[in-house]
Design a protein around this ligand. Sequence first.
Ligand code: ADP
Length: 653
Amino acid sequence: MTKTLFISSEIFPFAKSGGLGDVASSLPKALSAYIDITSIMPLYSVINREKYKIQSTGFKYSFWVNNIEYQFEVYKRGQTLFLKDNRALFDRDEMYGSYKDNDVRFGLFCYAVLEYIKAKGEYFDILHINDWQSALIALLLKERYHFDSKIVFTIHNLAYQGIFPKKSINRLGLSWDYFTVSKLEYHDNINMLKSAITYSDVVTTVSPTYAQEIQTHRFGCDLENLIQDNEYKLRGILNGIDYDEFNPSIDSYLPKNFDVDDLSNKKALKKELLKELHLEDEQKPLFIFIGRFTAQKGIDQILESIHHLAQMPINVAILGSGEEDYNYWFGSLSGRYKNISITIGYNEALARKLYASADFLYMPSEYEPCGLNQMIAMKYGALPIVRKVGGLKDSVVDFEEISSFPADKGVGIVFEHGSLEDFIYATKKALLLYEDKSRFDEVIKHDMCVDFSWHVKSKEYFKLYKDLQDGWLPECKIKEFEIPTHYDIDTLKTIAINPNTLFTYWEITNRLLDKHQISLKDLKLKAFVSEVEIQEVGVHDGVGNYYFDMQMDFESVMTKIGYIKADGTFISILQSNRFVAPNSKVIKSDNIIWRNLTTLELSSKDAQYMENQFYETSDKLSSSTLVKRRTLQELIKREDNQSSTTLSKKGGF
Ligand code: ADP
């Protein structure tokens, strides 16, 4: 039976700030039907231990990071473990806040999880980490702890990456070896989420569309190139929701319950809620918005539209809180229009009553990794009005675009753009649908019956875990490229051939072979391209020339080649310097490339770094392997004379 540790910075009902908390509670619960799964999170002081009957297991352990000793005690409730530290890492007013030591708080949580496994001597087939707060586990596992577990990393929202000043490397007792462009380094800071993309065995997003979107400039949050490189290990699995929790027929937050067969209590709830919110006329449709006040959620569109909505024959109820400016604007609009109610804050009970009473739910998100609100709303008989992005696109279709009801999707109103016109137009469409009572009822009933539970979707995670446990790993795709053939002696060069293709070539001289008394056929090669290891690369032409090329949108790339004897003994390393494109916009235009790119001499710091990368190091870098300075003008000339050869490449580009 697969044994999994599910690691999250929040788990409902103990602590929740959004969808992550819901998923971290409901997915492990659904998976526990098939596998042995334990969840683990920090024991924040804001968690009510008595209410949730969270008790100490008595198990304590300690470890050192950056010359500081940390002691942890393990608490438990059911299948959830809570880690409590002795240095007030989680003894704060807020879970996340903008604390200056958030790097240490969550970095230490990552250490503490791995140290717990070590101290317990427990084995897990899978460590499932989530978002930036537990992202560092991937790097620590692969570089330091070396447990034989596979890592699944789920990105719930790419916009939150855990970026901190680079001094965090020391604060977290990490090696500067990891301060490289594909690992932790990010514009001279560290980026925890980024390292997990590189180090995890599989990366999942919370909807299939979001997995595609984050490979583009619009949605990639500046990591699209890295994500494209790792596309081979990326999977999109739509989130589900827990119908034991979000279900109008049993929801204990509701004074009255209802189900698809009898909606009379929904109407009664609406009447009560309108009264509570000082809204009038239950005949009018009720539109709601629930969520974080942040640009992602399309808040600007709502603010822009409010005056227009106030003129329409509808009621609107807004519940949320978030960024200061938005809190201020909503606060100043509160009470201004008699058909618009605004509640600022986080209120689970009110949220449930809003879902239960609403006719429509607004979700005009600029981007939406999955979105749970629309699924919850549908279960409660409120039709979603959504922008066509991410998980919203995967879970809702427009009522005008269907000829019959789709089995696995909800039906609502879908619009494309973030403009005022689109938003108002969608609201008008909703009004027309609402007036067509029988059609409206039909759509509501369909939505209430679509199965968005984890019973369906958790099976995809189950299969993923099982495959990984059985030894499967996602494979880099093999692509074919045209490459130039012959260049220089004893040098390694990486040059840009066109805006998207880099070409690395090197030659092995008889001198090198003689020196080490080996023949060409006994020589193995390993290459790293921007820290991605490519095993035994290269095609040699029989006289000692090896070629390797790659295709990618690049901003910063470095190539390194290690010679290794057939018996595994390390011989030496060649390294190109790092190429930094001026910026990706320029690099993609026609007249670029050659200008800023030259190969430079390998510094002793880089040489040292290289040695560390090659674990089979047994030889010092010799002066004969220094990369020679050479201008790209010369290389261009050479390229003009090239003939071409085709070769296969194994790599994730
Ligand atoms: P997010 O991007 O915030 O994770 P999701 O749609 O994935 O968005 O999940 C949001 C969850 O948080 C839902 O369960 C929603 O009902 C809940 N939620 C959001 N804001 C509030 C609030 N102000 N009060 C109560 N519940 C809220």
